[in-house]
Design a protein around this ligand. Sequence first.
Ligand code: EPU
Length: 431
Amino acid sequence: MDKFVIRGGNPLLGTVRVSGAKNAALPAMAASILTEEPVILENIPDVRDIQTTRKLLEAMGGEVELGYGRAHHRTTLCMKNLVSPEASYDLVKTMRASTLVLGPLVARSGRARVSLPGGCAIGARPIDLHIKGLEQLGAKIAVEHGYVEASAERLQGGEVVFDRITVTGTEDLMMAAALADGETLMQNCAREPEVADLAALLNKMGARIEGAGTPTIRIKGVSRLKGAKHRIIPDRIEAGTFIVAGALTGGDLIIAGCEPRHLTFIKKLEEVGVKVKHDVDSVRVMGDGPLKGCDMVTEEFPGFPTDMQAQFMALATQAEGSSIITENIFENRFMHAGELVRMGANIKIEGRRAIVRGKTPLSAAAVLASDLRASASLVLAGLVADGETIIDRVYHIDRGYERIEEKLRAVGARMKRIGEMLPKRPALVGS
Ligand code: EPU
């Protein structure tokens, strides 16, 4: 199993480039199920969750072609031969976003068999809202032997009011409704940029979706969708992670290839004292000022993202004064706190709140990554810790960050991967 070894203390200087957004790429790949024609996706990040999704689509009979050389981030998906509308437990257990295939499968083939994902490190994460929404579109659903079995001759447009805002739930239903008979009105939808990006792809495929990115989405169902070419939006969470890295290390870092309009959390980072300058498609972070503690609450977009909470906590350990961090989205997303404490942070957890008292010097330790964003916060802590931090189980970070050690090393971090390398890309196209 790979580990990261990080020797802290170097300021990050130069330019780091952001990859495509994992959480936009995953639903875009699932959307390819909706058509027999090829869907060409550009700016697909080379991360493990994407590899898992490729396997999932191939297991259904899909053809996957990867770009090479300068087209390295292009993936062409063709689901013409959809022979098995099924997502097995083996794949779903490693990536909850596999449930994104549920809606597209029922819409395209009239049936789906998708493993229930079960809980994960950050919370119970049920999929009841996906199921309820599909039932409102006329699907018959049974949950048996750990699988969701859904069927529908043809989905019927209807009204879906989400009891709670769900990102992949909104995406799943939007894909299903795109091929339903008649009009669907969805209310209390997630407004994340990844939802709007998926709608943009679906509309290129011939869907008729309005309002994505707002709480109300209207979808006029069509009888068939066609192939399309689409460029995935930049990863706002990766950009945010680099902003925190620049600020924490007292660096001067340009984060290139991002979409500043999506970085709504920057306001909160500025409250902590992080200095950021915006450009059209980049931001520059100058880590030369003092940091001061401030309270933060995670919320749905455009609020502070839960996916940046762990990184914010690492920042708060280096800010003067106290910061109260409230996690509103997931019930168990403070696993990194214990590891940060082992590195010298002063953090107390009280239910959904974490109280961080800073500034405390961090000292290197052997720590364990528990989930994707928790691992990112340990990398950030390692960059400022005194001595050599060893982070175990970095497969969590490989799920969502593309070669983070290479990107950070190129801007001055002393960081290396030890152990087995990421598997090489397959030699044959489509294999
Ligand atoms: N929820 C339900 N029932 C449902 C669906 C969700 O109770 O049917 C609850 C969840 O348990 C959670 C809340 O609603 O408490 C919000 O969950 P949501 O459905 O929005 O999360 P998700 O769609 O499963 C996506 C991202 C996550 C990100 C969350 C919140 C993808 C592939 N995943 O998950 O990303 O944390 O939205 O913004 O888009 C990550 O990248 O590290 C990551 C975990």
